[in-house]
Design a protein. Structure first.
Length: 112
């Protein structure tokens, strides 16, 4: 195995190593931003069709009559639960019951 060793003899060497490290991270971040901008540019030029839920292919809003039965059932269930205020009510109390038969508990007992 090859070990990487750095022989730092003075403060100048230490500051140079710190500067190189910071510059390396900065250059990598700049490259990442450039790559993401290139992807964004390519995606805009490709003009891929985007389908939004609840809209037709041409972008006009879809009517409720065109929705499937499963979509209608999901909407009805969501509205029913929202207006009836049925949701989880948490007490905010955390209860931990120790389990004596656990292998983790046996390890803790051995170390004490």
């Amino acid at each position: 195995m090859i070990a990487l060793t750095v022989n730092l003899t003075g403060w100048a060497d230490r500051w140079a190593l710190a500067g190189i490290s910071v510059a390396t991270v900065f250059v990598i971040l700049v490259i990442l931003v450039l790559v993401l901008q290139i992807f964004s540019y390519v995606a805009r030029k490709a003009k891929l069709p985007v389908h939004h839920a609840g809209h037709n292919a041409d972008g006009s809003p879809a009517s409720l009559a065109e929705a499937s039965e499963a979509d209608k059932a999901a909407i009805a269930t969501t509205l029913y639960l929202y207006y009836s205020n049925q949701h989880d009510v948490e007490s905010g109390i955390l209860t931990i019951n120790p389990n004596r038969s656990s292998a983790w508990h046996a390890l803790v007992d051995e170390n004490q």
